[in-house]
Write a protein that binds this ligand. Structure first.
Ligand code: AMP
Length: 330
């Protein structure tokens, strides 16, 4: 499968990988399956193709994602002569584990709107459903090797970030890449879903708590402030609300929905936002955040910011509704 439009960037990335003997692969803080799976899949593919290269996947390990592969612990000096490949994150301050370290060159592969990470080779494709889709394209279109484990990781990253091929970033190309991945590797993909969707009864009950307590405004904003007490009461963690947020899609009365979760350690609120229409990443950017047009995150520091954030999102819903009505009238 050769994609003519992208063949140039595949070549450039492959050439850079070939050039270096030491490669470090990083991704964003608070990783999700797309971030972790793209990281371990690319590392394992480079190792398989070039056994003599030293390739590491760095960042804080997350025990529930250990299926995707164990991350590497390396000394800071290793960075000095390395190519640093950054996946699934556009801003330097959100790259996990590289703060203050010097590396030879940086190369980014990502599907978020571009921000401050700029290297001689930069592959930013906002129309891609996931970073795993980009890594799969790279492997399928260059001499980089694929095995069943690598293909399975990429498949799970794609399924997870596209929310099972349901979000609008899913394109015919997504299906083509997935089809090629499955044909080439013979992954038994239905067996893999446990790694993505297995959850505890506590988490299901916590989802019930959110459903019971979600406030919905007249303009179609669904929001909830989740205090730390509730996180403890339901035996879940700070990452759980963002794992659950996609389950609140397709609610007739809700256009945009957001969960603001108290983060006691960092003294503030971790925020997840999703949208069924209005663009939300511009609002997120106003509140220490960013992300995609319809799936973003932010951080809030106090009640005043919470109130103004809710107001901004509610206004975005109102404006979207108004412009949708006037479009119909035209
Ligand atoms: P989440 O709700 O945590 O799944 O995040 C949704 C999207 O927003 C992901 O693409 C994240 O990388 C991005 N994101 C989350 N939090 C932030 C933040 N504080 N700054 C920039 N992007 C973020």
């Amino acid at each position: 499968m050769v994609n003519v439009i992208n063949s140039n960037i595949y070549k450039k990335v492959y050439k850079k990988i070939k050039e270096y003997n030491q490669i470090i692969i990083a991704r964003h803080i608070g990783p999700d399956p797309d971030a972790i799976a793209s990281q371990t899949a690319l590392r394992d593919s480079i190792r398989l193709t070039f056994p003599s290269k030293q390739v590491y996947a760095v960042g804080l390990g997350v025990s529930k994602f250990k299926y995707y592969g164990i991350l590497d612990k390396i000394d800071n000096e290793v960075y000095n002569d390395s190519l640093l490949i950054v996946l699934d994150v556009p801003n330097l301050h959100r790259v996990d584990g590289i703060e203050g370290l010097k590396y030879k060159e940086i190369l980014k592969i990502d599907h978020h709107p571009a921000e401050d990470i700029k290297g001689p080779v930069d592959w930013t494709e906002e129309s891609s459903c996931s970073t795993c889709q980009l890594i799969a394209e790279l492997i399928l279109n260059t001499p980089l090797k694929l095995d069943t484990k690598i293909a399975g990781n990429l498949y799970l990253g794609i399924v997870s970030d596209s929310d099972r091929f349901l979000l609008s970033y899913t394109t015919p190309k997504t299906f083509k890449v997935v089809s090629d991945l499955l044909i080439k590797s013979k992954v038994d993909f239905t067996h893999l879903y446990n790694y993505l969707y297995d959850r505890s009864i506590d988490e299901v009950r916590f989802q019930g708590y959110i459903a019971e307590n979600l406030m919905v405004t007249e303009n179609g904003l669904g929001y909830i402030i989740i205090p730390n007490d509730k996180i403890k009461e339901y035996h879940v963690d700070l990452a759980t609300p963002s794992n659950l947020i996609n389950s609140f899609n397709f609610i007739r009365e809700v256009l945009v929905w957001t969960f603001m979760t108290e983060d006691v350690k960092n003294k503030g609120y971790k925020v997840s936002i999703r949208s069924h229409g209005p663009v939300i990443n511009e609002v997120a950017a106003k509140y220490n955040g960013g992300g995609h047009k319809y799936a973003s995150g932010a951080r809030l520091n106090n009640e005043e910011e919470i109130n103004s954030f809710i107001k901004d999102l509610d206004n975005a819903c109102e404006e979207y509704k108004r412009s949708s009505i006037s479009n119909i009238e035209i």
